[in-house]
Ligand binder design. Structure first.
Ligand SMILES: NC(=O)c1ccc[n+]([C@@H]2O[C@H](COP(=O)([O-])OP(=O)(O)OC[C@H]3O[C@@H](n4cnc5c(N)ncnc54)[C@H](OP(=O)(O)O)[C@@H]3O)[C@@H](O)[C@H]2O)c1
Length: 247
């Protein structure tokens, strides 16, 4: 008889090269002594192929680029956060077959940001980039009562060319949600006026590979405090694991 896995988990996205989660969970199952668990990478070219993965009897999935929003019509319920953010990165299949969507990126960002700020009171933040990742970030900042200015390559948002001394002085926290600087394109960074940064600024980069992006290196040179996306990545993965194991 072919042994069945009691915990069938996985990740959907496209393309799925150099992805973090499968090796993270494989190590976790080994450490916990859970050989009956599996976590597979499902690189699917179109979102409708997720139905075939549900048919395999999976217990839970993570969702990454480009499906965090596209997967919504395939779910039965959303957590309050996933509903507000309108994006899902974790799915739990309940015993009765209901597919419930969650967003653990928000949790990962919130906890890591609070640790980073160490109690510093932030009134205004600049969020660089207006893509999928920015949605969870904006949700958390609003929840924390932090006023947001979105920065983009194009109006109606503030553009990079419009970032002047006043803007830089008014915003103490700057969050990079663009993929700029990510491996293997480590020589690029968002086009902000780095010379206007001070020791009062906090720079948070969602990118975690390399550990110190050019954005963070330039911030550090100006005396700003810096943080990469590594803790957020671990925290969101652990929160997904917790959700899958909730009775
Ligand atoms: N640490 C974590 O746990 C975690 C979680 C989620 C995502 N991430 C990381 O966050 C990054 C963004 O993810 P995403 O899904 O939001 O990506 P995305 O949708 O591809 O891009 C985000 C935004 O970045 C801006 N952008 C893209 N290319 C640019 C360029 N060449 N120059 C300037 N701006 C550019 C765009 O905003 P405008 O068009 O408005 O300029 C775009 O909407 C990725 O590196 C991802 O790995 C990390």
């Amino acid at each position: 008889m072919i042994p069945t896995k009691t915990h069938k988990l996985g990740l959907i996205g496209y393309p799925l090269s150099h992805t973090f989660s499968p090796s993270y969970f494989a190590k976790k199952f080994e450490e916990l002594g859970m050989p009956d668990c599996e976590y597979l990478a499902y690189s699917i070219e179109t979102i409708d192929l997720v139905l075939g993965i549900f048919d395999k009897g999976v217990n839970g999935l993570n969702v990454t680029i480009p499906y965090k929003e596209q997967v919504l019509p395939f779910l039965d319920e959303l957590s309050e956060e996933a509903f507000q953010i309108n994006a899902v990165n974790t799915i739990k299949i309940e015993n009765d077959g209901r597919r419930v969507g969650y967003n653990t990126d928000a949790y990962g960002f919130e906890v890591s940001l609070l640790n980073f700020l160490e109690g510093a009171k932030i009134e205004k933040a600049l969020v660089l980039g207006t893509g999928g990742a920015a949605k969870a970030i904006k949700y958390v900042l609003k929840k924390m009562g932090i006023e947001i200015t979105e920065v983009s390559r194009k109006p109606p948002f503030l553009t990079y060319a419009e970032m002047n001394q006043k803007v830089m002085d008014q915003h103490q926290l700057i969050i990079n949600t663009t993929p700029l600087g990510m491996y293997p394109n480590e020589e690029v960074c968002p086009d902000i006026p780095y010379t206007m940064l001070t020791a009062k600024h906090f720079l948070y980069d969602l990118v975690y590979n390399p550990e110190k992006t050019l954005f963070l290196k330039k911030g550090e040179l100006s005396g700003s405090k810096i943080k990469n996306g590594h803790d957020m990545l671990i925290l969101q993965a652990e929160k997904s694991w917790e959700i899958w194991n909730q009775k």
